[in-house]
Each structure stands twice: as C-alpha cells, then as structure tokens.
Design a protein around this ligand. Structure first.
Ligand code: FE
Ligand code: FE
Ligand code: ZN
Length: 278
C-alpha cells in the first residue's frame, strides 16, 4: 500500500481535508497548522475532528504530516522570534493531540550568521521546552537544501540537533527529496549510498516521512526550488526507485510540487501506477 498525498488547505477544517484527500486519490496528506506565515490557528471543533477520524479510519489513511509555518525560526538571533517559534510549536503540538499518532514537521531554522553550532543548540533548546512526555505526536526535523544559513543541510547537522534533545523518542526526520538533492546527496545515481549514509549518521529508524519533490536545479545547488515530478533534475525514474525502495516504501510520501489539484491528482495516480505492491 502506497501512502501518498499532497499538501491540502486547512482553512475549512479537518473533515474537509479528509474529503479533499479522497478526491485527489490520496491516502495521506500534509497541511499547514496555521497560515504558513504564522498567525492564529483556526479554532478546533470536536465534531469536525470526529468526522475526520471516521474518514481516516474508513479510508485507511496513513499517518498525516502537519507542517509548521515556514516563517518559524527556532534558532533566530532575536529572542522575540525564538519566543514566537516556541509558543507556536507548543500550541500546534497541543492541537495535534486531537488527532493522535501523527507527525508534525518543521524546518529546523536559519542561524543567520550565528553559525550552525549556535543554531543547533538553540533549536534543541526550543524542542526541549515544547516536547511533552505524554504527547502522542512525533516531531520531525526536515532535511534542508542549505539555502542561505539554513540548519539541517547535512545529515550530521540533523543528528547534532537530535543528540541534544531529551525526549528523543518524540523525534523523527522527514526527508525532502528536493532538499537533499540540492544539499548535494545524489539520490539519482546513488540512492542506496545516500540511504546508507542516512542510516549511519542518523539511523533509518528515525526516518518517518518523505517530501517527494523534483528539483529545478542540479545536484548541490542549495537553491530549494521545487519542480513537478519528472520535470526537474531528479527525474521520474529516480522517484520510481524512491517509492519502491525497501527502506522507504512504507513511509508517507507528501507532494510539495508546484501544482493545482488536477496536477496533484495526476502525480498521485502516476506514482501509484509505478508502485510495486509487495
Ligand atoms: Fe518544508
Ligand atoms: Fe519539504
Ligand atoms: Zn523546499
């Protein structure tokens, strides 16, 4: 069973997201917990959650992958920005408890000249503040393209953050194919080698989700411009290998490709066709 889906707008609530996922032929999906630029989250309605959970059960959705606002920077130099990151994450994690057992993915942050080590420490500090022993959500660090001063551009930086987190069992990693490609990991010619390195540095057990995006730029470009599946430098054949790889094939795959609904439905169908049922 291939768990695949796209980003879905959360503006109409959870049941609406579930219905939209079905329309696209998806079996998982991602959503922004609030306006991607931050701001207040929508109020949670218990009846909406109940309806959503029914849909998810009936349609056997895989784990879904919530996305923190991308403006959130847990290692900002300015304290008020770090406070915003901490409060937003804490609030998001409280809200995630309404749909237990899913994932909350975030961009580690940009160190903006403080250096990666300082960034890594600040990110772990925020995580140590917001993670709760009783939470049922796993928080995912996303692998980054290394644009500007992004932290998480190498598996080693991700590992260094994880090492400083106290509640390690609440943490996982989301691998973004465009980002690792832009970061210099050759998933086209050496997928096995990249995954072996991931296993040695981080551990494949930590890998919980994949953002499946083609890239508009060549290997190691550090640009982070997503392309449609098969229309970038990664190419369709590499994605067929990725979704079928024994280390990945059971994970939720989330499309963040530049598409409308029709485009996502097409990509979902295309990848389903290329998936070999075990
Ligand atoms: Fe992301
Ligand atoms: Fe991503
Ligand atoms: Zn990206």
């Amino acid at each position: 069973m291939l768990y695949i889906g796209s980003h879905i707008s959360s503006s109409k609530g959870y049941a609406a997201m579930g219905k939209q996922a079905i329309k696209l032929g998806a079996s998982t999906f991602a959503f922004f917990t609030r306006n991607p630029r931050g701001g207040k989250a929508k109020e949670i309605k218990e009846s909406d959650i109940e309806k959503y959970l029914e849909i998810a059960k009936e349609k056997q959705f895989g784990s879904i992958v919530a996305h923190a606002p991308y403006t959130l920077n847990a290692c900002a130099a300015k304290e008020d920005l770090r406070v915003f990151a901490r409060e937003t994450m804490a609030d998001d994690l409280r809200r995630m408890e309404y749909i237990p057992g899913n994932y909350y993915n975030f961009h580690p942050g940009s160190h903006v000249g403080q250096g990666p080590e300082a960034g890594i420490e600040k990110i772990a500090e925020v995580l140590n503040d917001v993670l709760q022993p009783e939470q049922r959500t796993t928080v995912l660090l996303e692998t980054m393209a290394g644009k500007g001063s992004e932290v998480g551009r190498t598996f080693g930086e991700i590992r260094a953050i994880l090492d400083l987190v106290k509640l390690q069992e609440k943490m996982g990693v989301c691998l973004d194919t465009c980002h690792v490609w832009d970061g210099g990991y050759d998933i086209v010619n050496d997928l096995d080698g990249v995954l072996e390195e991931f296993d040695q540095v981080i551990g494949l057990g930590r890998l919980k989700a994949v953002h499946i995006n083609d890239s508009m730029n060549p290997l190691g470009a550090h640009k982070d411009r997503h392309a449609k599946i098969g229309e970038g430098y990664i190419g369709f054949d590499a994605f067929v290998k990725i979704i079928n790889h024994p280390a990945l094939r059971h994970l939720p795959f989330v499309l963040e490709t530049p598409n409308d609904d029709e485009g996502w439905a097409k990509e979902i169908a295309m990848l389903r066709k290329a998936y070999r049922e075990a």
